[in-house]
Design a protein around this ligand. Sequence first.
Ligand SMILES: Nc1ncnc2c1ncn2[C@@H]1O[C@H](COP(=O)(O)OP(=O)(O)O)[C@@H](O)[C@H]1O
Ligand SMILES: [Mg+2]
Length: 379
Amino acid sequence: MSNALARGVLAVVGRSAPKPPDYAALLSALPVPVVLLDKDNRFRFANHAAEQFLGLSLVQLAQHQLGDIVPLDNPIFLLIGTVRESEATISDHDLTLESPRLHKVGITVQGSPLPEEPGSVVLVLQDASAARALDRQLAFRGAARSVTGMAAILAHEVKNPLSGIRGAAQLLESSVAEQDRELTVLIRDEADRIRALVDRMEIFGEKPIERERVNIHRVLEHVRRLAQSGFAAHIRINEVYDPSLPPVHGNRDQLVQVALNLVKNAAESITGAGMTTGEITLITGFQHGVRLAVPGSDQRLHLPLLVAVRDNGPGIPEDLRANLFDPFVSSKPTGSGLGLALVAKIVADHGGLIEVDSRPGRTEFRLHLPVVHDDAESI
Ligand SMILES: Nc1ncnc2c1ncn2[C@@H]1O[C@H](COP(=O)(O)OP(=O)(O)O)[C@@H](O)[C@H]1O
Ligand SMILES: [Mg+2]
């Protein structure tokens, strides 16, 4: 049986030997950054994903060696040396590749020798933090959905009895003795406070959004003006816009809300730290060919529109990061903790994703949004 099978396989191979593929094209089709270094650590090859990862084109990389991009005391050089010595594949996890032009944390690096080219090393770089960020994002979607459910329950189950309580307190107010009136006023005020909270939660409700073509630069411009004339009057706001950006298929008011919440948080972090050199940067860009893989599924999201808000404040408190987008998570004495939960909900409703990168002196919230398709429905 196995002989027959072996003969069958041989017969197939014998009939038409496959043409060797174009290996550079094949490597460039891979979503994982792959680079080839020669014996002096000069870049011999980098696939598309590696160009994006390192922020340099292949032509630029060809003029550099790894030491120009990553400091020489980085453990990656130890790994490369070991690969050359042992002529074996070696991996290292959770590396930080940090230099003025590169900031990557949580990187898994796999180095392999290339026997045909002595001294050459193939490096496969995997950004585990991107996968983790996406994992978190998917969890945020879940969180946003649970808030949606909660908002619906609150609206139905709390608002009606609440207006009964308030009405009853108002009636009592006119008949109780003077010294008890204070209590009825207290009931009314507290009922109003709960109602205001429920109203705030209602924005999480599951209403279909009305979409139109939205010029995201106008949205950002509007928010910038609001910020500069109010809560961020003392903060410098820079704009780094890609003027060729196509419109977003979305709801303008909601997108204003998203940008406003992010800019407000950025300003509050700067103000909270008492900084006098605070700076917020609004960024837009179009990312050709970037597809985000959804872990655990073969789904690929094509979200080329990038809108980012960056600040030079002290960064997101460590203990908040894991649940940052959950409702009621706040480090501020009077914070509602609803700002980012709402941002996550709106971005998810728009078919997008949100990512955060934060360290002291540089916090960036990045929104990835889909482009408008001609049939406008397929978003
Ligand atoms: N740009 C930022 N820099 C530092 N921390 C931030 C930033 N944006 C958000 N945060 C943190 O995330 C928390 C949650 O933000 P948010 O959901 O808007 O609620 P709130 O602003 O009411 O606290 C904030 O309290 C703050 O600790
Ligand atoms: Mg906020």
